[in-house]
Write a protein of this length. Structure first.
Length: 394
């Protein structure tokens, strides 16, 4: 995923956005001291000393640094990160050398929300594995569509620079660009696109679309990797929110497991549930690999050390310092690499932590809706990112 940046983005990647949109976050510990605020249109970057960062284990420091450095080939020509990346290639793999390099090359900025609080929402995502087939069978009858040939994409920034990253999607009818089919229409009537695989459960397809990438377990042992190809142009609406609005679940009880259990108990209402989300993701087959899925930066994600971010606030490729907790309350403090984006990953203090592949990672990702803080490590002597005002309706 070269792969276009996801407009609805994550990630993938994306990243169980039902929790991101339904969960709230409360105030937490503010580690910043002796800070100077530098306001921006969307976020505030607060200069902080290195001593303000939560302490991290050497193993986490090295893993986070290697995750970030893995993208340096992509960033070697980047005006912000190119020089730092070039220097990073010679850093030995020991904690003392890495700490010295980071302190010599990077400044620390805490992220603050519009109301000047340091606390935000940290969720999780993963790469699911679902049973399926390369051909339609009696059990595998849910198509995983490739990108349709008649899907037209218009990049608005070519005419309106202030709409950078915004796109229109649709289908030509004569000389008029009409909205593309919504998810309900595609699910009910099919698509002009060719299926690249078939799944056994419509809920598996929905969760695959939410995650943005995954693997399909085929007979014989092979796992077909699929990733985000494109999207039908409609905004994502969380199916978990619909269940809350219908009185089927309480907001605080929304998890992937709870949604799956509801669908299993109400198979006659699955179509109605899925129709509540008009967004539809098309996929493309990816090469077989044991690496993590590729995020919006087009580098393999590292389990536990790659995050999806709002790139209006945090540029892709940035090195971050994350402080949060796991769903069981155990603390997480580590550097992480901003290598992906996601439809629900919006806001000033916001990140979606990639947990890896399979059921264990899915359990962590599905239950993660934690409070947390983020610091951005930024190359010294380089201007902070410009955060544009969001256009109306975005």
């Amino acid at each position: 995923m070269n792969v276009p940046l996801k407009p609805w983005s994550r990630r993938l990647a994306w990243a169980l956005p039902m929790f991101a949109l339904l969960a709230g976050c409360d105030a937490g510990k503010d580690a910043g001291q002796h800070e100077t605020s530098k306001p921006h249109a969307v976020a505030t970057y607060v200069s902080a000393p290195w001593e303000a960062l939560p302490a991290v284990a050497d193993s986490d420091l090295l893993a986070g640094f290697e995750s970030w450095r893995s993208a340096c080939q992509r960033l070697k020509a980047d005006p912000v990160w190119g020089t730092t990346c070039a220097a990073a290639t010679t850093v030995p793999g020991d904690a003392v050398a890495v700490r010295s390099f980071l302190k010599e090359r990077l400044d620390v900025f805490g992220l603050r929300s519009a109301d000047n609080t340091p606390n935000g929402l940290i969720t999780g995502y993963y790469e699911p594995v679902y049973p399926g087939s390369l051909t339609e069978t009696a059990s595998a009858h849910v198509p995983v569509y490739g990108v349709p040939d008649d899907l037209i994409i218009v990049n608005l920034e070519s005419i309106y620079p202030e709409l950078k990253g915004k796109r229109l999607r649709g289908r030509l009818e004569g000389r008029v660009l009409k909205p593309y089919d919504d998810a309900s229409t595609i699910n009910g009537q099919g698509s002009t696109a060719k299926p690249i695989a078939w799944l056994t459960n419509p809920m598996d397809l929905q969760f695959l679309q939410i995650q943005g990438s995954g693997r399909i377990q085929l007979a014989g042992g092979r796992q077909l990797r699929v990733g985000y190809g494109d999207q039908n142009g409609y905004p994502y609406r969380p199916i978990g929110r619909w269940l809350v609005e219908q009185g089927e679940l309480k907001k605080e009880d929304v998890t992937m497991g709870a949604i799956s259990a509801w669908a299993k108990a109400h198979p006659q209402r699955i179509a109605q549930l899925l129709a509540s989300n008009p967004s539809y993701v098309f996929f493309s087959a990816r090469p077989d690999s044991n690496e993590g899925p590729r995020g919006s930066l087009n580098v393999p994600l590292t389990a536990g050390y790659s995050v999806a971010v709002d790139r209006k606030v945090i540029p892709l490729g940035s090195l971050l310092w994350l402080s949060t907790t796991k769903p069981d309350g155990s603390p997480i403090a580590r550097p992480v690499a901003a290598q992906d984006t996601g439809g629900a990953i919006t806001g000033e203090v916001r990140a979606d932590l990639f947990w890896g592949t399979g059921d264990a990672a899915g359990e962590l990702a599905g239950n993660m809706k934690q409070q947390g803080q983020i610091w951005m490590l930024w190359p010294k002597g380089t201007a902070l990112p410009h955060v544009p005002d969001a256009p109306a309706g975005t």
